[in-house]
Design a protein around this ligand. Structure first.
Ligand code: F6P
Length: 328
C-alpha cells in the first residue's frame, strides 16, 4: 500500500544556487496547489528548516520567477542540520506547521540531508539541481546547461582578445570534484587543452599542448581547467610562466568562478526544472519518497536517495578522448 499523499508540502533549495531553481520552485508549487495541497517555502535551505522559517506560497507568489537565476527561497550552509539534534529540531518544526511532505532542490550535499530526513521516516523527494553535474541519479542536473553557456560565452570572448594579442589563456571553470563543466566547455569552445579533476596530469603536458598550438600556427590557445584539478590553475600558471620564453604565446589566466552560477536559466533548464519539479509532486502523490527525481534518457525517473549520496559522478572518458582529438 503506498503512503498517503501529503496535504501540506514544503519546498527548499540548498547548496550552491543554480539557474533553474526558481523554475523548479514554481513547478512544485503550482502542481501541488493544482492537487489541492498547501505549499510552504522554507527560507535559506536547511538553516531555515532548523529555525522553522516557513512562508506559505500561493500561485502568484511564484509568478515572474521562472526566468530568474538564483533562488527566491535563499540557500545557506547549515552546520546545525548535519547533527542529529538539528535534524530532530527541523522535523519538530515541520510537524508543528502541519507539513507532511518535503521537496529538496539541490546537489550532492543537499540530498545527503534529504536522505537523513528520509531515514527519520519523513516523506522527502529530491530534485537534481547543481551546476556541477556530479549527481548520480540524473543524466543532467538543473543549472548545468545555463552555467555551461555562461562559461562558453566567456571563453569565446577570451579567444577574441587572445587572438588579437597572440596569447594563451588558462581558464578555470567550476565543478568542485567533477570535470563535466570543464570538459563540456572545452569541447564546445574548441579549447586546445582540457584539465579535469578525475585525470591528474603534469604541468609539462599541458604546456606542451599550448606550445603545439603555437607550432601549428594558431593565433591563440586556451586550456580549460576544472576547479579541483591536479595541477590546479595556480600551479599551471607558475609552471607556464617559468617557460613563457619557449611557449610562443604570452600567457594569461582567468578564473570564471561564481559568474557561472548567476545566469538567467536558458530554455533547457527551464524545461528540465519544470519537468523535474512536477515529477517530484507526482511521485509524492503516488506515495513514493526517499528518492531523487532526475532525467534518465530524456524521461523523468527516480533513484533511491541511498544510491545517490556519498558518490560523485565522473566525466565520460569518451568525451575526454573526443576533446583531445578535436584539439589537434
Ligand atoms: O556546487 C556548486 C559549486 O559552484 C561548485 O562548483 C563550487 O566548487 C562550489 O559550489 C562553490 O561554493 P561556494 O558558493 O560556497 O563558494
Amino acid at each position: 500500500m503506498p503512503d498517503a499523499a501529503p496535504r501540506h508540502l514544503a519546498v527548499l533549495t540548498s547548496g550552491g544556487d543554480a539557474p533553474g531553481m526558481n523554475a523548479a520552485i514554481r513547478a512544485i508549487t503550482r502542481t501541488a496547489l493544482a492537487r489541492g495541497w498547501r505549499v510552504s517555502g522554507v527560507r535559506d535551505g536547511y538553516a531555515g528548516l532548523v529555525e522553522g522559517r516557513f512562508d506559505e506560497l500561493a500561485s502568484r507568489d511564484v509568478g515572474g520567477i521562472l526566468q530568474r537565476g538564483g533562488t527566491v527561497l535563499g540557500s545557506a550552509r547549515s552546520p546545525e542540520f548535519r547533527e542529529e539534534v538539528g535534524q530532530r529540531t527541523a522535523l519538530a518544526h515541520l510537524r508543528e506547521a502541519g507539513i507532511d511532505g518535503l521537496v529538496v532542490i539541490g546537489g550532492n550535499g543537499s540530498q545527503t540531508g534529504s536522505h537523513a530526513l528520509h531515514q527519520h521516516g519523513f516523506p522527502v523527494v529530491g530534485v537534481a539541481s547543481t551546476i556541477d553535474n556530479d549527481l548520480v541519479g540524473s543524466d543532467i542536473t538543473i543549472g548545468v546547461d545555463s552555467a555551461l553557456n555562461t562559461a562558453l560565452e566567456a571563453v569565446d570572448r577570451l579567444k577574441t582578445t587572445a587572438s588579437s594579442h597572440r596569447r594563451a589563456f588558462l581558464v578555470e571553470v567550476m565543478g568542485r570534484d567533477c570535470g563535466y563543466l570543464a570538459l563540456a566547455t572545452g569541447i564546445a569552445s574548441g579549447a586546445e587543452a582540457v584539465v579535469v579533476p578525475e585525470h591528474p596530469t603534469s604541468p609539462e603536458a599541458v604546456v606542451e599542448q599550448l606550445r603545439a598550438a603555437y607550432a601549428r600556427g594558431n593565433s591563440h590557445a586556451v586550456a580549460v581547467v576544472g576547479e579541483g584539478s591536479d595541477p590546479d590553475t595556480e600551479q599551471l600558471l607558475a609552471h607556464a610562466k617559468a617557460h613563457e620564453d619557449d611557449l610562443g604565446f604570452e600567457l594569461r589566466a582567468t578564473v570564471l568562478g561564481h559568474v557561472q552560477r548567476g545566469a538567467a536559466p536558458g530554455a533547457f533548464d527551464r524545461l528540465l526544472a519544470s519537468r523535474l519539479g512536477a515529477g517530484a509532486v507526482d511521485r509524492l502523490a503516488a506515495g513514493e519518497h526517499g528518492v531523487l527525481v532526475g532525467l534518465h534518457g530524456n524521461q523523468v525517473d527516480t533513484t533511491p536517495l541511498a544510491e545517490v549520496i556519498g558518490v560523485t559522478k565522473s566525466v565520460d572518458e569518451r568525451l575526454l578522448d573526443l576533446a583531445n582529438v578535436l584539439a589537434t
